[in-house]
Design a protein around this ligand. Structure first.
Ligand code: PMP
Length: 401
């Protein structure tokens, strides 16, 4: 059992009441507790005004709530509020970094083959349009890095950009070692934290990152908002993705003076309601404790790996038992298309999982050698009974295959 009251937690998530759905698609997006939806509703019903330039009381309240949300989310990752930019999602954050760094022809960027497309395509575009050299390092089918190969690839590189946690394998990258290699080379260290920040205690200083991307919707928060941590020293080097209202301190017809960060990176009306909901989500996570959440997920994942691995004809991917794994478990049933497995799980037992390439085709096709996998992914509200039901139904699918 986790270090928090699981029944009380589950009661906060209306989708889980009634027992119709076993929600194991948390790596795609998480559920939201009432507290997050209440915070959104309160903002929309009682405040709603735009931030910044308004002098009236509702605008002042909205501005205050937006700033407070920034403080809370920044604090959750161990950053100063001025180092946190609100973006739409991890994808936008990674595009902002790739686009904004001013990389030139011949500059080298290191990524791994295990990246989500959102941490691959923005760099591939720089390769194709600017002539940046993209160095792609391998990982093992278990998601392990060869740190010597990484150090070799990083020689003279300007950027190392990798995922903290693989959304396919659940493997956890050796972030501190990668950070050390980046620092030795003077390369910027970009961490795709989409699957890390929601599940692991996060401290940007300890991680040693220059940039950290994450999405609220994967950590109980609303859709449409995410965070980009930018180390203060890296702020001045980054060009904003969008220009317009809210990001300047002066404009003439000859040019403009950008506002100080983080506003510089947030042109246009910001996602105020979503930020308020995001802050409610991190308050909720904090109330349970990230250590408690991550150790519960590890227990659930270990139980799933053990159960699924014991079924003849089921192949489980990712770190072997005993090695660090977050709450993501990908598998396949011999002779059954992953989409069919997912459809049967939903139909027979209301179990929600994801199937396919998980936006990581070079990993799934190139390293695992399959067209897709079935992925069960756990979060703080899942139970051992839900894992056991998954194993049971997969056993039936495998038995009938
Ligand atoms: N990186 C990883 C590792 C992910 O798992 C995801 C989401 N599946 C993303 C980036 C992109 O996140 P978003 O869709 O919220 O932009």
């Amino acid at each position: 059992m986790p270090d928090y009251d699981l029944d009380r937690v589950r009661a906060d998530f209306p989708i889980l009441s009634g027992g119709e759905v076993i929600y194991l698609d948390n790596a795609a997006t998480s559920l939201s507790p009432r507290q997050v939806v209440d915070a959104l509703a309160d903002f929309y019903l009682n405040v709603r005004a735009n931030v910044h330039r308004g002098l009236h009381r509702l605008s002042a309240r909205s501005t205050e709530m937006y700033s407070e949300a920034r403080r809370e989310v920044a604090d959750f990752i161990g950053a100063d509020p001025g180092e946190l930019v609100f973006v739409r999602n991890s994808t936008e954050a990674l595009n902002m970094v790739a686009r904004g760094m001013g990389l030139r022809r011949g500059d080298a960027v290191v990524v791994s083959v295990a990246e989500h497309h959102s941490n691959l395509l923005p760099w591939m575009r720089l390769r194709d349009e600017v002539g940046v050299e993209l160095r792609v390092i391998g990982v093992s089918p278990e998601g392990e890095y060869d740190l010597d190969a990484l150090a070799e690839a990083a020689r003279g590189a300007k950027v190392i950009s990798v995922a903290w946690v693989s959304n396919v394998l659940g493997s956890v990258a050796p972030v501190e070692e990668i950070g050390r290699i980046a620092a030795e080379e003077g390369a910027a260290f970009v961490l795709d934290g989409a699957q890390g920040v929601p599940h692991l205690p996060t401290d940007v200083r300890r991680l040693g990152v220059d940039f950290l991307a994450f999405s609220a919707h994967k950590m109980l928060g609303p859709t449409g908002i995410g965070g980009l941590y930018i180390r203060s020293e890296a702020m001045e080097e980054l060009a904003p993705l969008n220009l317009g209202g809210g990001m300047i301190s002066d404009v003439t017809l000859d040019g403009y003076v950008p506002a100080p960060p983080p506003e510089r990176f947030e042109a246009g009306t910001p996602p105020v309601a979503q930020a308020v909901g995001f802050a409610a989500a991190v308050r909720y996570l904090r109330s349970l404790g990230m250590e408690a959440i991550s150790s519960w997920e590890r227990e659930l994942a270990a139980r799933a790996v053990e159960g699924l691995s014991s079924i003849p004809g089921v192949r489980v991917y990712g770190p072997p038992p005993g090695r660090e794994r977050s709450g993501v478990v990908s598998f396949n049933v011999d002779g059954v298309d992953p989409h069919d497995v997912a459809a049967i799980l939903d139909e027979v037992a209301g179990i929600a999982v994801r199937s396919g390439h998980h936006c990581a085709l070079p990993l799934v096709r190139g390293v695992l050698g399959v067209q897709g996998t079935v992925r069960a992914s756990f979060y703080l509200y899942n139970t051992e009974e839900e894992v056991d039901r998954l194993v049971e139904v997969v056993g039936e699918v495998a038995g009938g295959a």
